[in-house]
Unconditional design. Structure first.
Length: 274
């Protein structure tokens, strides 16, 4: 039985062991996946201990994604662009790092919600790690434009400068403060941590184009204040449960070479939320 885990602090409430357990059952893969609490000052030591115990791969969550990035011997392009790693693979005595968060988001929007991003006007709210991780996978879908809007505008500008290194299409990506956001958008993604604190975002409710989709990376039994506002403005809404499951499915595929059926797991987890 191959061994996998998720490292975090805290970790007790992580859904990853449940999700990967369901994936393993469904695909008949013989593996064990456990939650491991790493001390805040002892992430690297936990990882090397896990590798010595013959661990094959691991997910990494808050607050260790930047440390995981620094620890890797090899990085995928999407890990490089995210500046963070959420998926480790132990190969011989080397550590390979990837980041599946952004591709999980995009797959949930494009495949599960059936909302094509190509040619659309995208508003990305936030400029922290979550926004950065989403940016390259979003740009690869060839949206018409991506406006990054952040409470601290200088951080949005830094992200735009980074993005200009990844995309040949100039001017696709621009930055703005919340106050200066104008016009309509087809896809509005909340990658800020405002929802974690139960806060709404100081944006006008005129920014939702007809047939727009508002997406919050957070999920829960109830809509976040951001999604409630969007729904009141006539937008379709979707929370981040699908992103959580899709980032896990991508990690599973990297490790095991098989892609689980995420729909069934989605229905099961959604049912358990309410
Ligand atoms: P994460 O890894 O979740 O992205 P982060 O790197 O700490 O976390 O980034 C948090 C993001 O949420 C930032 O863009 C932050 O805005 P600032 O750069 O201005 O700090 C944003 N954020 C946090 N609380 C917010 C709020 N109440 N309203 C709007 N944006 C908020």
């Amino acid at each position: 039985t191959d061994l996998y885990c998720v490292f975090g602090n805290p970790i007790a409430h992580s859904k990853s062991p449940l999700i990967h357990g369901l994936f393993a059952e469904q695909t008949a893969q013989a593996l064990r996946y456990e939650a491991r609490l790493a001390p805040l000052d002892g992430f690297a030591a936990e990882v090397s201990e896990f590798a010595q115990q013959n661990g094959r791969g691991a997910n990494v969550t808050v607050p260790f994604k930047l440390e995981a990035f620094a620890l890797c011997d090899r990085l995928s392009k999407r890990a490089e662009s995210a500046g963070a790693v959420n998926t480790l693979r132990f190969v011989d005595d080397k550590i390979e790092g990837d980041n599946t968060d952004g591709v999980g988001l995009v797959r949930d929007i494009v495949v599960n919600a059936g909302f094509a991003i190509r040619g659309k006007r995208v508003l990305l709210i936030g400029a922290g790690g979550a926004a950065r991780g989403a940016l390259l996978p979003l740009l690869e879908q060839q949206p018409k434009s991506v406006l990054i809007s952040n409470r601290t505008v200088s951080k949005a500008e830094e992200l735009v400068a980074m993005a200009s290194k990844w995309t040949s299409e100039k001017d696709v990506c621009t930055a703005s403060s919340f106050q200066d956001v104008s016009g309509e958008f087809d896809l509005i993604i909340n990658a800020s941590s405002a929802s974690l604190m139960g806060e709404s975002i100081a944006l006008p409710n005129t920014l939702y184009a007809p047939q727009s989709l508002a997406y919050d990376m957070m999920y829960g039994a109830e809509l976040t204040p951001f999604l409630k506002n969007a729904q009141n403005a006539g937008s379709m809404v979707r929370d981040g449960l699908g992103m959580l499951i899709e980032q896990a499915a991508e990690a599973f595929a990297i490790w095991r070479g098989v892609r689980p059926d995420t729909q069934r797991v989605f229905a099961q987890l959604r049912g358990a939320l309410s």
